[in-house]
Design a protein around this ligand. Structure first.
Ligand SMILES: [Zn+2]
Ligand SMILES: [Zn+2]
Length: 318
């Protein structure tokens, strides 16, 4: 059921977009809305959820922090706290037992590797009831941060709460996070409204909903999740990390920098992941622009972000 709602429905929405495209093509304003909403929500995920909330690679103002939380939530990949908990767990156990979405963990033959790839791309949603249970707890007003942190060790959900001591103690953030459902709906309401205003018609509102809402949602979701699958199987390893992370230029452009995943796993606390002049890191550029404007500070950047080895091999399958 969870898999159908989180993955099946978006796929149906994406198919509706493909059907519309084959029937009538796509107008310039519809393409602009799709790209604009993609960039906004992907920025919320990569700069907000990933580099700010999950890794605390820089500091920013309260209004910008709230904006990052709302934009990331509009991507519908779970709330900022839930997303950060899952991602911090990934970093704590990368490609080892305990990693929620490793494509290589225990995978040896070709068929097994394909299953691992599909697992890390979307099937991991199926088998992680603790994640959704923890998400529900976070969404409940009665689950205070103190209660979450005080959970007994035997509670599976404690595994995730334990990764978030800093974020759970931030009460304004926890309260804003509890409106996650509203922000997801906003991600669909905004393009619907724009479509209606641009065309002055209900049909335009529907097209805005399809392109800026449904199709954008599916693309951002699958491309972000591809960091779990492609980011650990396809690409170049320029730094000797103890995991299977790879650098992949195509993924880096699509994810605003997250595709330099081997760089990121080597220096997860870094606000920028472009360690060579030709590596495009749009998320890092935005953070540095914000710093220039006085809207971001304390940017964490490794002093020597140079690759440790030329072409290190990934470790043997674990
Ligand atoms: Zn990773
Ligand atoms: Zn990370």
């Amino acid at each position: 059921m969870v898999l159908f709602v989180v993955q099946g429905l978006p796929l149906l929405g994406f198919c509706a977009g493909v059907w519309l495209f084959l029937r009538e093509g796509i107008r310039a304003w519809e393409l602009g809305l799709l790209v604009g909403m993609y960039l906004l929500t992907m920025t919320g995920i990569e700069v907000g959820f990933h580099r700010y909330f999950a890794h605390r690679t820089f500091e920013t103002t309260r209004p910008l922090r709230a904006l990052f939380l709302i934009l990331g939530s509009m991507a519908g990949q779970g709330s900022a706290l839930l997303w950060s908990a899952v991602h911090r767990t990934h970093h704590a156990h990368t490609d080892q037992p305990g990693d929620p979405h490793s494509p290589v963990l225990g995978r040896r033959g070709a068929w097994d590797k394909l299953r691992g790839f599909l697992w890390s791309q979307f099937l991991w949603y199926l088998d992680v009831p603790a994640i959704s249970r923890f998400g529900r707890l976070l969404d409940q007003h009665r689950a205070s941060p103190a209660a979450l942190l005080a959970m007994k060790e035997k509670e599976q959900t404690h595994r995730f709460a334990r990764t978030l001591p800093d974020l759970l103690r931030d009460e304004p953030l926890v309260r804003l996070n509890q409106h996650y459902g509203t922000w997801v709906l906003l991600g669909f309401a905004l393009p619907t409204l724009v479509g209606g205003l641009v065309t002055g018609s209900w049909a335009g509102a529907l097209r805005g909903f399809i392109w800026g809402g449904l199709v954008r949602y599916y693309l951002v979701q699958q491309i972000t999740f591809a960091i779990n699958s492609v980011g650990h199987t396809v690409g170049v390893r320029s730094t000797s990390t103890r995991d299977h992370s790879r650098n992949n230029g195509v993924m880096a452009v699509l994810t605003l920098g997250a595709g330099w995943h081997n760089n990121h796993h080597a220096f997860p606390g870094s606000a920028r992941v472009d360690f060579r002049w030709w590596q495009v890191d749009l998320g890092g550029l935005l953070i540095r622009l914000l710093a220039r404007l006085g809207l971001a500070w304390n940017l964490h950047v490794p002093s020597r972000p140079t690759p440790l080895a030329r072409t290190p091999r990934a470790p043997d399958s674990v």
